[in-house]
Design a binder for this molecule. Sequence first.
Ligand code: A3P
Length: 285
Amino acid sequence: MECKYLTYHGLLLPTISHSEDSLEYFEKFQVKDDDVFAITYPKSGTTWMQEILPLILNGGDFTPVKTIPNWDRVPWLEETRAALVMDKMTQPRLMVSHMPYELMPPSFFSSKAKVIYVARNPKDVVVSSFFFHQMASCLGDPGLFEEFLDKFLAGKVMFGKWTNHVRSWRLTDLGDRILYVTYEDMIEDLKGVVRRFSDFLGQKMSEETLEQVVSHCSFNTMKTNAMSNYSLVPQELMDSKKSAFLRKGISGDWKNHFSPEQEEKFSAAIKDEMRGSNIQFPWDE
Ligand code: A3P
């Protein structure tokens, strides 16, 4: 399949899911005060957030996560589906986005909408993305892992450089409108993180509901949920025989793929670009 990208403010966006119209819709979108955004760089836990957030906001009602595909349940604001589903959503609306902070729509900045930003170790992000490109033929062949690493570091991948994305969102002046978590926090203590989300969003949750949400959002359960595992997407667009969308769901898989030389080069490049930012991640220690 031919792979096409458009360029938006210097970022590559796949035309399978983005268009001039969808980006105009994104820019003109009227954000409301009780909207909730989960923001991620691709392959950092977006689908996981699309599962967790509706359960928290619905007080543990499992109907949406069992009946609505993740892309319509918690749509990407910049993607073509947004215009089709957003009007039907009730407040508080849940959305995801991969956009860097400075490209958010003007109405976002004057609103009180809340944001949860999920970051993931870039070494695991690039591995996850490499396998995702193998299964999602609409994104184009990633080439050899070595070649894909170079593309990733150069920002010649969808949504550009990881370092620009995390810097833009970690250095905002959104104050208590934004909550920062990592994918690794979620792996380590999902229950604790879901509790933090519900506190942040002002949603009380009983211990029983919390347990149910955590169990439903485990990797193995989500893997069997057709509304979240991308099995509804035709095989010619996403071929799960090449690699599952919910592939491994662990932290540290990079160790199985990076050579010592690749690790050294990658870490040095990321460290260099993060210098001066004062941002510390658990994987830096
Ligand atoms: P892997 O490819 O490392 O397995 P995104 O949704 O942003 O595209 O991110 C996809 C990554 O999140 C994949 O990583 C996927 O397996 C992982 N993921 C999704 N749901 C998860 C869950 N419940 N637990 C752990 N990881 C999950």
